[in-house]
Ligand binder design. Structure first.
Ligand SMILES: CSC[C@H]1O[C@H](OP(=O)(O)O)[C@H](O)[C@@H]1O
Ligand code: ADE
Length: 306
């Protein structure tokens, strides 16, 4: 992709963030590679702009181009801000997860509707600081409208062997070590469906940035609560590889659906517009705002304080 343009003049509304085992999206025509510098640095990797049925979509590899970024090191603020700066308002985020429930079998897909935060507070997790205070609602961390579209695409691929679960609670742990057996059993008793290390702070930051955000999970193991073998990286990668074609098929069919004209208001995030900006404008009084916080938030929402 060395000779591709490094800028792109049209807004790109939809992005896919690829996780473990999904470092590229094949089968799309690459048209540009952009690397926006944000107040929080560069994104995990240059963002590939790909064309899908004549509509541009963005792809960003969460752990970098070579899987060199650990879950606690993912620059989520830069990732979300960079995507928003190129026009993205809908993020479909892919994640390899451990299953905490018997009926979610390795290689099954889950469209989660809840998250329990088991990160340790060491990841930068908000855009609103340094003299700009803001509190967004996060009762439902994903986007109910998009989740219906994703579920329907998954069920339509049942004939290809895609098994889709329409809801579930993600336990997002700190990692990078996997859980102890005691932890795994506690998470089950809390009602956790699946476990990963990546849903947060990504989902929180997308909400602060007024973006539509939905994670698609693919189970790669039964963590360590089950009487089968305990999770390890080889197991995760083997299931990702074995079911990679279905993962790509599912992402492709979600993109096919989302680029349809009938979803244009939805993917433009019209229903989130103003939810954050309206709140931060009145939360911190003008006299108390900090210059750095204002400059940072203006990168996300140009003109919000002028
Ligand atoms: C390689 S197993 C643990 C690793 O896999 C998942 O990554 P992602 O969510 O980016 O697909 C999990 O969250 C951990 O980061
Ligand atoms: N068991 C597990 N725990 C945390 N993250 C994971 N990603 C894939 N499997 C996982």
């Amino acid at each position: 992709m060395a000779d591709l343009p490094t800028s792109f003049d049209h807004p790109v509304r939809i992005a896919v963030i690829g996780g473990t085992g999904l470092q590229k999206l094949e089968g799309y025509v690459p048209i540009a590679t952009v690397n926006p510098l944000t107040p929080w640095g560069y994104p995990s990797a240059p963002i590939h702009i790909l064309e899908h049925n004549k509509v541009p979509v963005a792809f960003l590899s969460r752990h970098g181009a070579y899987h060199q970024i650990a879950p606690h090191e993912v620059p989520s603020k830069a990732n979300i801000a960079a995507l928003r700066s190129i026009g993205v308002r809908t993020v479909i985020a892919f994640s390899a997860v451990g299953s905490l429930q018997e009926e979610i079998r390795p290689r099954d897909f889950v469209v989660p509707d809840q998250i329990i935060d088991r990160t340790k507070g060491i990841r930068p997790f908000t855009f609103f600081e340094k003299g700009v205070v803001g509190h967004v609602g996060f009762a439902d961390p994903f986007d109910a409208k998009i989740s219906k579209v994703v579920s329907a695409c998954g069920h339509a691929l049942a004939g290809d062997g895609v098994r889709m679960h329409d809801k579930g609670t993600i336990i997002c742990m700190e990692g990078p070590q996997f859980s102890t057996r005691a932890e795994s059993n506690i998470y089950r008793s809390w009602g956790g469906s699946v476990i990963n290390m990546s849903a947060l702070p990504e989902a929180k930051l997308a909400r602060e940035a007024e973006m539509v955000y939905q994670m698609i999970c693919m189970a790669t193991d039964y963590d360590c609560w089950h009487d089968t073998a305990d999770v390890d990286v080889a197991m995760v990668m083997a299931h990702m590889e074995a079911n990679g074609a279905n993962a790509k098929r599912l992402v492709g069919s979600v993109l096919d659906e989302l680029i349809k004209e009938e979803h244009s208001d939805l993917v433009s995030g019209k229903h989130w517009e103003g939810q954050t900006t309206g709140m931060i404008q009145f939360m911190t009084k003008k006299e108390g705002r900090g210059a750095e916080g204002v400059k940072n938030v203006e990168f996300l929402f140009p003109g919000v304080f002028s």
